[in-house]
Design a protein around this ligand. Structure first.
Ligand code: NAD
Length: 263
């Protein structure tokens, strides 16, 4: 299927590695121009250069801390000035840390709130005026299967990502009249640095080896393997395309079957 993203301008947040980078690469392969961000300028520019080399796409790299609203405003302003607008927003960010409920402080809850919910709120708020004026847009919130089935020890993710789903569903209703679709994607365990960190943390917590902890994760996945970042990216590229013009308000998991509920 030709997704035909040529001429579209995408902003992919937290894209120096992992899921964000895979999504950025896939959108560029489909013909989109890209603005990408992450905190580490050097690593971000390296990712941008790799995407330019592999796809020939125009990629603007804007170092940004997604917990800082002024930096988010600057990111969107730079992208809009450079490309003349943002048609596709992929609101992704780093993940909140794992930890048992009784050991998580208010400060950790506040930090997770800023990173997980407020980054999504602020990115959407900044790109929407342009999308509404042009009567076309795609908002794609990257969350987690934790919104469908809580993940052990990830209580910050289990709690705060549901707020992102509520935000996305409300925006889908509000923005349909402007030809803007709003969807959430929900990755299951996928082979990235974040996943390695979670497996390492579990191994340390339980006093077992990395391999044993990984086997425990895999035993919960009917497909018997971790996801590949490009498998989530393929869904995002479809949602970003004209082909998905009647698809809005959904939250779709890419998880090898690990969510056990029927819907
Ligand atoms: P990752 O750690 O491999 O990459 C995270 C990216 O976020 C990096 O580019 C990093 O620079 C950036 N980042 C982190 N904090 C930032 C901040 N404050 N400002 C700007 N950029 C920031 O993680 P990943 O596996 O690609 O996961 C991406 C998101 O998806 C996370 O929220 C994660 O919790 C979630 N998720 C991941 C999985 C998985 O299995 N990998 C599953 C479900 C959900």
């Amino acid at each position: 299927m030709d997704l035909d993203l040529a001429g579209k301008r995408a902003l992919v947040a937290a894209a120096s590695r992992g899921l964000g980078k895979a999504i950025a690469l896939r959108l560029a392969e489909e013909g989109a121009s890209l603005a990408i961000c992450a905190r580490d300028a050097e690593r971000l520019e390296k990712a941008a250069e790799e995407i330019r080399q592999r796809t020939g796409a125009e990629v603007l790299a804007v170092p940004t801390d997604l917990t800082d609203y002024e930096q988010i405003k600057r990111l969107v302003r730079r992208a809009e000035e450079h490309f003349g607008g943002v048609d596709i927003l992929v609101a992704n960010a780093g993940g909140p840390p794992p930890g048992p409920f009784l050991e998580l402080s208010d400060e950790q809850w506040q930090a997770a709130f800023q990173l997980t919910l407020m980054s999504a709120v602020r990115l959407a708020r900044e790109v929407l005026p342009g999308m509404i004026a042009r009567r076309w847009g795609r908002l794609i919130f990257s969350t987690s299967v934790s919104v469908k089935q809580p993940i052990e020890s990830l209580i910050l993710s289990n709690s705060l990502r549901l707020a992102v789903i509520g935000l996305a569903k409300s925006l889908a209703n509000e923005l349909a009249k402007y030809n803007i679709t709003v969807n959430s994607v929900c990755p299951g365990p996928t082979a990235t640095d974040r996943m390695k960190g979670l497996i390492t943390a579990q191994a340390e917590r339980q006093g077992i080896s990395y391999e044993e902890a990984e086997r425990a994760w895999l035993s919960d996945i009917p497909m018997g393997r971790l996801g590949r970042p490009e498998e989530l990216a393929a869904l995002v590229a479809f949602l970003a395309s004209e082909r998905a013009g009647y698809l809005t308000g959904t939250a779709i998991q890419v998880d090898g079957g690990s969510v056990r509920f029927p819907l």
